[in-house]
Design a protein around this ligand. Structure first.
Ligand SMILES: *Cc1c(COP(=O)(O)O)cnc(C)c1O
Length: 410
């Protein structure tokens, strides 16, 4: 349904109609048809400019068309883009070395999408469980948290408690136990000698930027260490600058055994994901046991390496911290004025809208009419994750528009 007033031209209507007819309806996008982007701005087919306050769910942390990332991609396009891992190429080693150093681990397993990194982490943890921990064959168990989002494969949705993501996609993969997020006692009670890993988001993004209580992650770290269980941190959305740190785990002083990275690792240009861990864990994989035709391809590595170089300066983490404090201040002022709760870390916020004034979707649509793009999650929440390159003036403008929308609806 076309709800936006400015979508006047035939071409825009035709584009929306052809999507509606020929693209599977697995998303419910806002009626904005993007034609180009630069920094924190997206421009539609009518030439109307929007502020991007979603950044492709943090995949575009460095904004649209970042010059250093585009330059790396363009240079590599002219050299070679795909070899498969049947041969070595000159981009893989430098990318892996840089990423491993950034994260503080030895080794990188390069994949493409986030879901593949999660699947790969699960496989590595199971193999580690059998070969290193000595779990009896077929019994490896992984503890996950309620409200999780780790991707869309059949195995991953097997342990999702979101009915939309889960229902009617069975039979489901066994070997996962779910405990409430933030409940250390429940986690302790779930640990048996068959448990090989805890797989957790340090901050739950899809669930609405849910931040666990202070001390929870260090508690999980202590428990997993005590019981020889791997701690796998899914930092696919929380990682790479978004929260004001390279990894969200850093805020709690926690070092995981395995990091899953994706989204922003591809610089908003190509899908790049990775499992990052020390050699005593990733070393369980031998030739032929896992792989991906596109994983670690030259173009992905060139872009991923450029992303690592941006993050190595610390400039983006610092900027996310600084702008995040500014955003938080504005959001706190909206509490009681259409907003019932705010959760944020760095330049990443979950804002619960007062159901009395409308749904998250209604707020998102009203914001889009004011040329600010956000996405609702779980009914009453909107998630704010502007590109870290957003200017203070753009950030303030977005916050002004949100304030106006809340006043309008309230
Ligand atoms: C987005 C996301 C994934 C899945 O990534 P895809 O690239 O969409 O497969 C996994 N884990 C978390 C925490 C995510 O936010």
């Amino acid at each position: 349904m076309i709800t936006m007033d400015h979508l006047g031209t035939t071409r825009t209507h035709d584009l929306l109609a052809s999507e509606d007819a020929h693209v599977a309806h697995n998303y419910h996008p806002l009626d904005v048809v993007v034609a180009s982007g630069a920094g924190a701005t997206l421009t539609d087919t009518e030439g109307v400019e929007y502020l991007d306050f979603l950044a492709a769910y943090s995949a575009a942390n460095f904004g649209h068309g970042h010059p250093a990332l585009l330059a790396a991609a363009r240079a590599q396009l002219d050299r070679v883009t795909l070899t498969s891992r049947a041969f070595h190429h000159d981009q893989l080693g430098p990318f892996a070395e840089g990423l491993a150093r950034l994260v503080g681990k030895d080794m990188v397993l390069p994949m493409n999408t986030g879901a593949e990194a999660v699947e790969s982490g699960i496989k590595v943890a199971r193999k580690w469980g059998y070969q290193v921990k000595g779990v009896p064959a077929g019994r490896a168990t992984i503890i996950v948290a309620g409200g999780n989002f780790h991707g869309r494969t059949t195995t991953i949705i097997s342990f999702s408690d979101d009915p939309e993501a889960h229902d009617d996609f069975g039979p489901y993969t066994p070997g996962f136990v779910t405990v409430p997020y933030g409940d250390l006692d429940a986690m302790r009670a779930a640990i048996t000698s068959d448990v090989v890993a805890v797989l957790i988001e340090p901050i739950q993004g899809e669930a609405g930027v849910r931040i666990p209580p202070p001390g929870y992650l260090p508690g999980v770290r202590a428990l997993t260490r005590e019981h020889n269980v791997l701690l796998i941190a899914d930092e696919i959305q929380s990682g790479l600058g978004r929260t004001g740190a390279t990894l969200a785990c850093e805020h709690e002083g926690v070092v995981a055994d395995v990091y899953l990275l994706g989204k922003a690792l591809g610089g908003g240009i190509v899908p790049v994901s990775a499992v990052v861990a020390d050699a005593d864990i990733l070393g369980v994989l031998r030739p032929g046991q896992h792989g991906s035709t596109f994983g670690g391809n030259p173009l992905a590595c060139a872009v991923g390496h450029a992303v690592v170089e941006l993050l190595a300066t610390g400039e983006y983490q610092e900027r996310a911290t600084r702008l995040g404090a500014r955003m938080r201040e504005r959001l706190d002022a909206m509490l009681g004025h259409g907003v019932v709760a705010v959760r944020s870390r760095g330049l990443w916020a979950g804002v619960d809208i007062d159901p009395a004034i409308g749904t998250g979707r209604e707020v998102s649509e009203a914001l889009a009419r004011r040329r600010v793009l956000v996405k609702d999650t779980h009914g009453s929440t909107i998630r704010l994750a502007p590109p870290i390159v957003i200017t203070p003036a753009q950030l303030d403008h977005g916050m002004d528009q949100l304030e106006q929308v809340l006043a309008e609806l309230g």
